[in-house]
Design a protein around this ligand. Structure first.
Ligand code: PLP
Length: 512
């Protein structure tokens, strides 16, 4: 008679007897935390991009000579071997947000308190959808969302919900705008528009808007021309006066304007649209105003930077994304809305398996307010981090990043061989380029050169920046969401770029 195979460490599986398992779990937990710290000091501290081969090389080094995924393991392995595999195959090949030269897209070093809270959240494993799957998690989320609403200045009666990130929050905001506001504008508030009723309506956004707005409209069934893209100004901001003209043009053609999607802290440059002007315009024209403050909303944490993102409190919906500038581990985003009822009316469903026995005492069921069903206990890490640092502590970190960005922009402005666009950053993103001595700033080869330079810096390991395209030209892009960085790290990056310049310029392909 064949016997069931026993896992080698059954005390880590059937762990409810503390005399058998508690010691083993403590040892396992301790070793895992130590493994993380080995990664931190061996790898994250040494360079921003651990793996710096080409993409095919990175695949070969992870997968081995086949270059493709191995079959699933059939036999068990002791936990020490599994941690060892992490050590040899994963730890050396990470992107390291903790490195002080990591000037990333928007990947912050997560606060240790946020990491600790994630460990707790995974152990207690609350499902934040229906009340009984995570009762206290529901209340922690209510509290943390209330803190976010207050930070943004949303009025009484407002509400919000945590999401997987900014993309999901933007999608949900557009869903609310469609089902509540557009339904009202089309004359039947009880009938959310679908199909043909989504034709010939318009939403306004700038050329700097996050891609998730266009994709969200597509997912929601709107025709491609629903998004009316209005060019941003010389500082990459959407100006209300330009939207006025676009609205007039659409109304004259018989189309129905229904929303504005503004951004407070764009991905490319950190630009902040004219939110106050757009709020007034939206009010006058009867449009829904959504503000994507995924990154920039955190500027509200400091009285010194709050004025850089004015008018957020006037929006109908606001995206915030604490896994960006609140230094939270992935993932935690959020959507705030002016009227709680709008969120509920859009997403509320009553499946038979979630019915409450006592409708008069209905508890907070978060699935009524979200596209998502079961959600991780995302609130805990922000709640614990906020308690640990206080708003004041967060403010210091945000201000630090703003200062670093100003430092890079200033150094770029002073140096003959660098230029920053725009010359002064709105928040903590700096787009800049190196122009080798003697090269004409309009030389088209400079675009390919910036790409080469970015790659050379990545291999060099002094710092990491991305690249982006602004008005058709390629720029290096430094996103400062890294409170571990210093001015010396910024200076070291500038020196490294100069050092790496000659071979990168020599390798830049001539213009076709
Ligand atoms: C302005 C803005 N909105 C939305 C997003 C999307 O956020 P996520 O990737 O967390 O879904 C980003 C991401 O960089 C962003 O910069």
């Amino acid at each position: 008679m064949p016997t069931e195979p026993t896992p080698p460490e059954d005390e880590l599986l059937h762990f409810m007897d503390p005399s058998r398992s508690r010691g083993a779990l403590e040892e396992f937990g301790d070793a895992t935390w130590r493994e993380a710290l080995d990664w931190l000091y061996d790898h994250a501290a040494s360079r921003p991009m651990g793996s710096h081969g080409t993409y095919p090389e990175d695949r070969l080094s992870f997968f081995g000579p086949t270059g493709s995924p191995a079959p699933a393991p059939v036999h068990p392995s002791p936990w020490r071997d599994v941690l060892q595999t992490f050590r040899t195959r994963v730890a050396p090949a990470t992107y390291n947000a903790q490195h002080p030269g990591s000037f990333s897209y928007f990947t912050p070093p997560p606060l240790p308190m946020s990491i600790a809270a994630e460990v707790l959240a995974q152990w207690i494993h609350q499902g934040t959808d229906v009340w009984h799957a995570g009762p206290v998690a529901a209340l922690v989320e209510e509290e943390v969302v209330a803190w976010l609403r207050e930070l943004i200045g949303m009025p009484g009666g407002s509400w919000g919900v945590l999401t997987s990130g900014g993309v999901m929050a933007n999608l949900m905001a557009l869903t609310v705008a469609r089902d509540i506001h557009l339904a009202r504008l089309l004359g039947d508030p009880t009938c959310p528009p679908r199909g043909e009723r989504l034709e010939a309506v318009r939403i306004y956004a700038s050329d700097q808007t996050h891609f998730s707005v266009a994709r969200g409209l597509d997912v929601l069934g709107f025709p491609e021309d629903t998004l009316h893209v209005v060019p941003s100004d010389d500082r990459f901001r959407l100006q209300a006066s330009d939207v006025v003209a676009a609205i007039e043009e659409d109304r004259a053609a018989g189309r129905t304007p229904f929303a504005i999607a503004a951004v407070a802290g764009s991905t490319n440059t950190g630009s902040v649209d004219d939110i106050v002007g757009l709020a007034e315009l939206a009010g006058r024209e009867g449009l829904w105003l959504h503000v994507d403050a995924a990154y920039g909303g955190a500027a509200r944490l400091s009285p010194r930077t709050a004025a850089r993102v004015p008018g957020l409190e006037r929006a109908d919906s606001v995206t915030v994304d604490p896994h960006k500038w609140f230094y939270q581990g992935y993932d935690i985003g959020g959507l705030l809305v002016r009227r709680r009822e709008d969120l509920r009316a859009t997403f509320h469903r009553e499946p038979e398996y979630y019915r409450t026995n006592d409708p008069d005492a209905e508890p907070l069921n978060w699935y009524h307010y979200s596209i998502e069903g079961t959600r991780r206990f995302r609130a805990l890490k922000l709640w614990m981090s906020w308690k640990h640092l206080g708003t004041e502590g967060f403010a210091t970190l945000v201000e630090h990043d703003v200062r670093l960005a100003a430092h890079l922009a200033q150094r770029s402005g002073e140096a003959p061989d660098f230029e920053a666009v725009p010359p002064e950053p709105e928040l903590s993103v700096v787009c800049f380029r190196h122009i080798p001595e003697g090269v004409d700033p309009d030389d088209p080869r400079l675009d390919a050169y910036q790409t080469r330079l970015q790659r050379a810096l990545e291999v060099d390991g002094t710092a990491w920046v991305s690249t982006t395209t602004l008005r058709g030209r390629t720029y290096l892009r430094a996103g400062f969401v890294n409170y571990l960085a210093t001015e010396a790290n910024v200076d070291a990056m500038i020196d490294a770029l100069r050092r790496l310049s000659s071979p990168a310029w020599a390798a830049a392909p001539p213009t076709p």
